[in-house]
Design a protein around this ligand. Structure first.
Ligand code: IPM
Ligand code: MG
Length: 399
């Protein structure tokens, strides 16, 4: 265990006592293999927020006696510059062999004009598809201290706790045919096509996961579609109704996506679990992020079938305009690491402790630029990471 990776702001005795606790816990389970975690920092603010997430993960590992083994790889623009492809094959291999992959963000203006197969986003879509992580969990929680940080009134957002479950490997993002094609004069010379296609199997597995999560939460599932127009949505709705018969304990309702977009800002507390297809989920999750005060707060976990590695990424993008300046909010990445503990390492306690640490630093007034209001002091990316790590290790009565 490298102490310096934990940062310098902790008192040495605090380090030592936490290390001792961690070592003791490890010695009780001598045969346990280290958890292999692949870090893919990517572009823009990705590397700076992943650095903070790693710091917090190492602190949590020390406290809870987990052994983590980190590897690092390239994705997105960073990979394009170094290797000529946005997802090198050996990175994909490492991802498939890891227990979990923690990604930062991809993309930036430098690569925006490249052909589609060489765009950084193509690397992201490919890793999602190849890892078969079809279920993207985007929990939207409003931390009490941030109820005034949203552009919506605090009485609307206070207490919001929604799990958005976005289908991630189907729909418009992947359907064929897809592309821009030459067309006749009467069409102006060009046609562009994207295909929205889903198989019953693809719908059923994500919907089932929606019911399972709802059952473990407040037992309410909202399925979002556009069944008044789209054939895929009509099949989606049929599948939801069929699967629902196995979950009589879960209250189910259906919403059209346009209505859902409106309900999310009108009365967000009505929602528990939202399940929806890829594109609708992409759009609704950015909208829902604003409930929590900032896109810089939203974590995500992408899961496939049990036993397969998960892919973890903050919902925010690479924010090239603020990259490298210490302005980025690392909390989305840190909360993403908490999901990684929970879902891939089955270290529920460590995940919960990281989430509590975030809650406590926010309650104590810690704010990065995106969260601060006029006159409030602003922390840098690394300072925010340090605060969370300190709060995690300082927690009383811990494990
Ligand atoms: C997201 C992002 C990605 C997506 C982009 C970067 C391809 O917006 O994760 O929500 O559309 O899925
Ligand atoms: Mg998005």
């Amino acid at each position: 265990m490298r102490l310096e990776a934990w940062g310098l702001s902790l008192r040495p005795e605090a380090f030592r006592s936490k290390c001792e606790e961690g070592k003791r816990a490890l010695m009780e389970r001598p045969n346990e293999k280290p958890h292999r975690i692949l870090l893919l920092p990517g572009d823009g603010i990705g590397p700076e927020v992943i650095r903070e997430a790693r710091k917090v993960m190492e602190a949590a590992a020390g406290r809870f006696g987990l052994e983590l083994q980190f590897e690092e790889g390239l994705i997105g623009g960073a990979a394009l510059d170094a290797t000529g492809t946005p997802l090198p094959d050996e990175v994909l291999e490492s991802a498939l062999a890891a227990d979990a992959v923690l990604m930062g963000a991809v993309g930036g203006p430098r690569w925006d004009n490249l052909p589609p197969n060489l765009r950084p986003e193509t690397g992201l879509l490919r890793i999602r598809k190849e890892m078969q992580v079809y279920a993207n969990l985007r929990p939207v929680r409003v931390f009490p201290a941030l109820a005034t940080a949203s552009s919506l009134r605090p009485e609307v957002v206070a207490g919001v706790d929604i799990l958005i479950l976005r289908e991630l490997t189907g729909g418009l993002y992947f359907g064929q045919p897809k592309g821009r094609f030459a067309a006749g004069e009467e069409e102006g010379g060009e046609r562009a096509v994207d295909t929205l296609a889903y198989s019953r199997r693809e719908v059923e597995r994500i919907v089932r996961m929606g019911f399972e999560f709802a059952r473990r939460r407040r037992r309410k599932l909202t399925s979002v579609d556009k069944a008044n127009i789209l054939a895929t949505s009509q099949m989606w709705r049929d599948v939801v109704n069929e699967v629902a018969s196995e979950y009589p304990d879960v209250e189910l309702n259906h919403l059209y996506v346009d209505n859902c977009a409106m309900q999310l800002i009108r009365n967000p507390r009505q929602f528990d679990v939202l399940v929806t297809e890829n594109m609708f989920g992409d759009i609704l999750s950015d909208e829902a992020a604003e409930l929590s005060g900032s896109l810089g707060m939203l974590p995500s976990a992408s899961l496939g079938d049990p036993g397969r590695p998960g892919l973890y990424e903050p919902v925010h993008g690479s924010a090239p305009d603020i990259a490298g300046q210490g302005k980025a909010n690392p909390l989305a990445a840190i909360l993403t690491a908490a999901l990684l503990f929970r879902y891939s390492l089955h270290a529920e306690e460590a995940g919960a402790a990281v989430e509590r640490a975030v809650e406590r630093v926010l309650a104590a007034g810690a704010r990065t630029a995106d969260l601060a209001r006029e006159g409030e002091p602003v922390l840098t990316t690394a300072e925010m990471g340090d605060r969370v790590m300190e709060a995690l290790l300082a927690e009383e009565g811990n494990a």
